[in-house]
Ligand binder design. Structure first.
Ligand code: IMP
Length: 431
């Protein structure tokens, strides 16, 4: 039995969905433990493309159970829409296949309204959130006034919570932001109906995962976003409102930390970021354009173009430290094919000439740094057809090995194309 966590090592969009999809074969349960529908995983199976925001990507596999843990914030309208869309495409989702934690917090319409209103009010200082209500929902969780999935099943509690919350939120929306308020009755009716549809899936996920482990089943935890969007460890305040680091599996799924056997860190072969915030290796030139176009770097949730730049070893090494990563999965390596020279960032130079080997807490200091690069040879060969590590061009292997050596962990997988089989697997902890 193994318990494997997959996390993003950069600012999200590393290609975690494909890695999780590949590992799913060896797992019985696939679990989301943080974030919400701010995430977006594009999966390519055969000629079909699936974009999932809430449902773990393992849903496409037979005989697996997918879990949405208590640490996830759930927009029930989005969850039901994803379930319906999958059903329309022939993927049946019975209650035995998708389990939803009774303790997960629910994204309400006022969370979305507040998210959008706040961003608008911030103007140029906006975080660039996905506008899905993620932050305001986690705020209510911490303020102990949130609506949980279990509340959707209790009409009396649901009504009381919505009325109490709207008394305050409508004040903010109308009086402070000058936006429209929301009708408690309408929200109540909509959410009661969502609860009725979701009821068969609602479960004590922590207890079910424990039972699965006791029976010898392997678990696969699917991280959303990336390490440097972590509320505590990321480039605050340009972060999300949850903890994408591996340790949050324990709080977000109710699984003891001692159960975790492996943590895989997904690294895109270059760096991307959506939304605001510092990004030292960002490129505003032909190389950046190359990555954007060849890598189709547009957000799968908001469609926004992603900012692109060179691979930052400092960012990856810090993620290894923060999550105790045991293996690296490098994705989108094929996107770099054809670039004559590559650059790899191995440190930051401060304005006063000091060298930093990790990201400082102060955004002012970080933003004023210059990246220190090592130049490496590119490769011209089509690597998308290669399935054996030793068949990769020498300069390609040198790039990968420099990353692994710098980060201090071995390579586990290398993705050389979007298809499921376009992958070189060196070590699969769930095999
Ligand atoms: P929020 O999570 O919607 O509050 O957005 C906060 C920040 O995290 C913004 O910069 C978003 O673009 C970023 N973000 C949130 N989810 C993802 C993701 O799945 N991939 C990449 N960036 C994300």
């Amino acid at each position: 039995m193994a318990c494997v966590v997959v996390v993003g090592t950069q600012w999200g969009d590393e290609g975690k969905g494909k890695v999780v999809d590949l590992l799913t074969e060896g797992a019985r349960g696939i679990i989301r433990f943080q974030g919400g529908n701010n995430a977006g995983h594009t999966l390519v199976v055969g000629s079909e493309k699936f974009i999932l925001h809430l449902i773990p990507s393992g849903i496409l596999h037979e005989g697996k159970t997918c879990y949405i843990g208590n640490g996830v914030v759930v927009d029930p309208a989005v969850l039901l829409m994803e379930m319906d869309r999958l059903k329309d495409r022939g993927v049946a989702i019975g209650p035995e296949k998708l389990r939803l934690s009774d303790r997960a917090h629910v994204i309400m319409p006022y969370h979305k309204s507040l998210d959008i209103a706040r961003e608008k009010a911030k103007g140029a200082k906006a975080i660039g959130t996905t506008g899905r209500g993620i932050g305001p929902c986690y705020e209510d969780k911490a303020a102990r006034c949130g609506v949980r999935v279990v509340d959707l099943l209790d009409p009396e509690v649901l009504r009381q919570k919505i009325e109490a919350n709207l008394a305050e939120k409508n004040f903010w929306l109308t009086k402070y932001f000058g936006e429209d308020g929301l009708s408690a009755e309408k929200v109540y009716e909509d959410y009661l109906a969502f609860g009725q549809r979701l009821a068969p899936h609602v479960a004590d996920v922590s207890a079910e995962l424990d039972a699965l482990c006791q029976a010898g089943g392997s678990l696969l935890f699917e991280g959303a976003q990336g390490t440097h969007l972590d509320l505590d460890h990321g480039t605050y305040p340009y972060v999300t409102s949850s903890n994408p680091v591996a340790g949050s599996v324990s709080a977000g799924a109710g699984v003891g930390i001692t159960r975790i056997s492996d943590v895989l860190g997904v690294v895109k072969a270059y760096t991307t970021r959506v939304g605001g915030g510092p990004f030292l290796t960002e490129l505003d030139d032909e190389n950046g354009k190359w990555m954007q176009e060849k890598g189709a770097e547009f957000g799968s949730t908001t469609g926004r173009p992603r900012r692109c730049g060179w691979l930052d070893g400092v960012v990856v090494r810090q993620a290894v430290r923060l999550s105790g990563i045991t293996g690296l999965c490098v994705t989108k390596l094929d996107v770099l094919t054809g670039l004559p020279k590559l650059r790899f960032c191995l440190g930051y130079q401060t304005k006063d000439g000091r060298r930093l080997d990790s990201l400082p807490a102060s955004l002012a200091v970080l933003s004023s740094c210059q990246p220190i690069y090592e130049e490496m040879e590119g490769w011209q060969e089509d690597i998308s057809v290669i399935r054996q590590y030793q068949d990769l061009p020498a300069s390609c292997r040198a790039y990968l090995e420099r990353l692994a050596e710098f980060a201090g962990v071995p390579l586990s997988m290398i993705s050389v194309g979007p298809a499921r089989d376009a992958t070189i697997v060196l070590r699969n902890p769930l095999a």
